[in-house]
Design a binder for this molecule. Structure first.
Ligand code: NAD
Length: 316
């Protein structure tokens, strides 16, 4: 069945999704570098607005999106979309939450291996001609305690992968964790403070909300075990970045790895110069497979939603 409608793609997305939309009959216009002002001028002509994380769908954009029915985020978090304003205008907001689960989870494992075996330091020293083998005594993941904060899609997948590495798992979530899953991975469920105090590795997988802002603050950092590691691939605001910098500067913990920051790109020079901190530029979902899946999942969801809306209009 063919559908009519105009789609604007505001950020770069995998071409598979664009093909699916075009094959369904939609007119797709691709502006991966569109500026805020240009979007405000153009947006009135589109039924569907597709973004990743670069483009911000603010109240101003929504106020000008006279015929928009759907705002689609090729990814997970909706923090770049004013969902309250969209709802007021009856515009549906959809995302592809499931698409990046594996990509992010594998990055978490990469961080754990990198922190434990000092891979970034070993790499740069060896290339500089420094043979610092004696200084690079690492740690094995097997048998260590991994604390997972937020047992949603990514947190659960990380748990399954870490179980394969024979790690012990501790979990904390604000909602009850599925009993079958708890049994499957032998998860010890506990409160946040106990998790922080008992884990050798801590990884954050919560959304950014007012409740999760600085969930890991100075006090929580002070409760971490000596030599333990902190990983954040969720949202930068979940960790009090300056408190983490102070903690790392004094080598209170073994190290940390961040994929997300309070400001992106990060500007805190003091933080970027730390040897015991690994930084990546928000690449959690940046795999070929993840990007392709996200764009196809979102294209299929858009088609489904437009068909439903078309059917609703015909039945009126
Ligand atoms: P999800 O919604 O499936 O799971 C989030 C979990 O966090 C839920 O179980 C929820 O109950 C729990 N939670 C919420 N508030 C909490 C709190 N205060 N304390 C403890 N638990 C709490 O989300 P997901 O798909 O697993 O994504 C997790 C995070 O990863 C999100 O912040 C998302 O934006 C981020 N993410 C980052 C990248 C990246 O590129 N680095 C890619 C995808 C997702």
């Amino acid at each position: 069945m063919q559908i009519e409608g105009n789609v604007i793609v505001c950020d770069s997305i995998d071409e598979k999704g664009i093909e699916i939309l075009k094959n369904a009959g939609l007119n797709v216009e691709y502006y991966p570098e569109i500026s805020k002002q240009e979007l405000i001028t153009r947006v009135k002509d589109y039924d569907v607005i597709i973004v990743r994380s670069r483009t911000k769908i603010t109240k101003e954009v929504i106020d000008n999106a006279a015929q928009a029915k759907i705002i689609a985020r090729v990814g997970v978090g909706l923090d770049n979309i004013d969902t309250v304003e969209a709802q007021k205008k009856n515009i549906e907001v959809i995302n592809a939450g499931e698409a990046s689960v594996n990509a992010v989870s594998e990055l978490v494992l990469g961080f754990m291996f990198s922190l434990s075996r000092n891979i970034p330091i070993a790499n740069s020293a060896t290339k500089q001609g420094k043979w610092i083998k004696k200084d690079l005594i690492g740690m094995e993941l097997k048998g260590k305690y991994l604390g997972i904060i937020g047992l949603g899609k990514i947190g659960r997948n990380v748990a399954r992968l870490a179980r394969g590495l024979r790690m012990n798992l501790i979990g904390y979530d604000v909602i009850p964790i599925d009993k079958n899953f708890v049994q499957e991975v032998s998860l010890i469920t506990t409160d946040l403070r106990t998790l922080i105090e008992s884990s050798d590795y801590i990884t954050c997988h919560v959304p950014f909300t007012e409740q999760t802002r600085h969930l890991i603050n100075k006090e929580m950092l002070s409760r971490m075990k000596n030599g333990s590691f902190l990983i954040n691939t969720s949202r930068g605001e979940v960790i009090d970045e300056q408190a983490l910098v102070d903690c790392l500067k004094h080598k209170r913990i073994g190290g940390a790895a961040l994929d997300v920051y309070e400001t992106e790109p990060p500007t805190n020079k003091e933080m970027l110069e730390l040897d015991n901190l690994i930084c990546t530029p928000h690449i959690g979902a940046q795999t070929k497979e993840g990007q392709e899946l996200a764009s196809t999942v979102i294209a299929e969801k858009i088609i489904q939603k437009l068909l439903e809306k078309q059917a609703d209009n015909q039945s009126i």
